[in-house]
Write a protein that binds this ligand. Sequence first.
Ligand SMILES: [Zn+2]
Length: 82
Amino acid sequence: MFSLPKLLTLALIILVVWYGFKWISRVNRLRAEQARPVGRRAPGAAAPGKGSRAEEMEKCRVCGVYVAPASAAACGRPDCPF
Ligand SMILES: [Zn+2]
């Protein structure tokens, strides 16, 4: 028969394991999102700093690449609008 302190300890362990799994799955999802390639970035282009507002990205309707209008560069195709 379980005593009350043992039951409380068991409940605490279950809670810790539960939140541990939630935390691990959250970290794994964040890692997967960071590992995903985010378009083709020109070498030397400044990466947006933490907390800075995300630049409006415009999708090139010819090549499908997302580019920032401020630093837009043609992708090389003759019919590229940039
Ligand atoms: Zn293009």
